[in-house]
Ligand binder design. Structure first.
Ligand code: PLP
Length: 443
């Protein structure tokens, strides 16, 4: 029996024993092609020598110094790199140990900003019904994922909700996409007005949705419309790029493709690419300057904030992405993977949608394509796909259950940026096997 508390308490998962490039190996010697980089984390694959070398060098120099007393050269260098590469004046960086902590930090930074501006009545965040922003209490409250929230509801702060931007499910047949988008923005404005704009702190959304819907990009102009509404009512736009950021969609930040500048951006996953637990919040100048000129302190902090080894890993990842021109590679290889998925599954009776950006791609499974009916959630098709994929030596990220009162099974593919065309062919062929086996197992 394992002494670890695993997600599934009735069985112990295989023991991961090694990783190299695209492959993970378990203690029985089985190899798994990691086509989702865990959960869109491993953007450089496993065991990248440059990242390992940077981490080893940092351990030899300085493993830890508490940020209440010191900063470190490597954390400063990482912040400089992130600030230089970020759009607009998103040039202040707070380092965390992961995505949820980045969200908590962004929520507190946003709230303190308004307190320091003399607007303490602002206390409400708006987020989307179908959304995931992490599992700590503030992040869980922000997200709209019912089954994750279920047991903890009484502990969660109140959040105002709007519909997600989910064209496949919500755009009516024959409805113009601009009309659909305008409807979403009208709803957001209505919710701002109902709440009272003077009480709203900010609106938080993932530019490209990951864990609650399988790589759903925004409709054209949606995020620009969000930005305009935030400007109109003086509220902050928080872009959660924990999953879609750091190059995953082909630009360092997904918002760059929308021509939008958020006030705060959260990062995680791909920032450390799995080599170390690290996340970050990027803040625009006016937010940090307001605190600097006001109380002079940000009322926040964690023991492992700005950890030097994690910072060294993230900095090395950034350097490799730039040196090896991997952003361009993401766009090209993402296009190839999407074509392969369309060829393999475009006519499949149970694949309703194939979508995404760059190397963040998803497929939505349906009972029948015509009316988009989902499978019975009790069948847990997404879990069957995960199991069958593992049996075929493939890791894909499953999502399913009932979200926002809607059923759905999705799978997410997010291979490393270094994936080759041959690897992509292998991923798709193993996925075909896994899907057929999974469908057979639930029939
Ligand atoms: N935000 C988004 C968009 C995510 O996808 C996730 C994790 O899946 C988080 C936040 C939480 O990040 P973490 O699991 O590192 O706490």
């Amino acid at each position: 029996m394992s002494h670890l508390i695993h997600r599934q308490l009735r069985h112990t998962p295989p023991v991961a024993d090694g990783g190299s490039g695209l492959y993970l190996r378990d203690s029985e010697g089985r190899l798994y092609l990691d086509a989702s980089g865990g959960a869109a984390v491993s953007s450089l694959g496993h065991g990248h020598p440059d990242v390992l070398a940077a981490m080893q060098a940092q351990i030899g120099k300085l493993a830890y110094a508490h940020t209440a007393f010191f900063t470190s050269e490597v954390a400063e260098d990482l912040a400089l790199r992130l600030a230089q590469d970020a759009p607009g004046d998103l040039d202040h960086v707070y380092l965390t140990s992961g995505g949820s902590e980045a969200i908590e930090t962004a929520l507190k930074l946003a709230r303190q900003y308004f307190v320091e501006r003399g607007e303490p009545r602002r206390s409400v965040f708006i987020a989307r019904r179908q959304s995931y922003h992490g599992n700590t209490l503030g992040a869980l409250a922000l997200g709209g994922n019912e089954w994750r929230r279920r047991h903890f509801e009484p502990l969660l702060m109140k959040v105002a909700r709007v519909a997600p931007c989910y064209e496949y499910r919500d755009r009516r047949p024959g409805q113009d996409v601009h009309e659909y988008t305008a409807g979403l923005l009208r709803e957001l404005e209505d919710v701002i007005l109902e709440t009272g704009p003077e009480r709203v702190i900010g609106f938080c959304a993932e530019p490209v949705v990951g864990a609650t819907g399988g790589a759903i990009p925004p409709t054209p102009g949606y995020l620009r419309g969000v930005r305009a509404l935030c400007d109109k009512y003086g509220i902050l736009f928080i872009a959660d790029e924990v999953m879609c950021g750091m190059g995953r969609t082909g630009t360092l930040y997904a918002v760059e493709q929308e021509g939008v500048l958020p006030d705060l951006v959260t990062l995680g996953k791909g920032l450390g690419a799995g080599y170390a637990p690290i996340g970050a919040v990027l803040a625009r100048q006016h937010i940090v300057e307001c605190l600097r000129a006001g109380s002079g302190a940000f009322q926040h902090g964690h023991t492992y904030t700005g950890h030097p080894i994690a910072a060294a890993a993230a900095l090395a990842v950034q350097k490799v992405i730039r040196r090896d021109c991997l952003l361009g590679a993401v766009t090209v290889r993402g296009g190839v993977l999407r074509r392969m998925l369309r060829d393999a599954f475009g006519g499949h009776p149970h694949v309703g949608d194939i979508r995404g950006r760059g190397l963040l791609l998803g497929m939505e499974l349906v009972q029948d394509r015509e009316n988009k009916h989902a499978f019975d959630p009790d069948l847990k098709l997404h879990m069957a796909i995960r199991e069958q994929a593992m049996a075929c030596g493939l890791i894909v990220y499953p999502m399913g259950g009932t979200i926002d009162g809607r059923r759905g099974d999705h799978i997410l593919l997010a291979p490393p940026f270094t994936v080759t065309e041959k690897d992509l062919g292998e991923i798709v062929s193993r996925l075909q096997d896994a899907l057929e086996r999974a469908l057979a197992s639930v029939r």
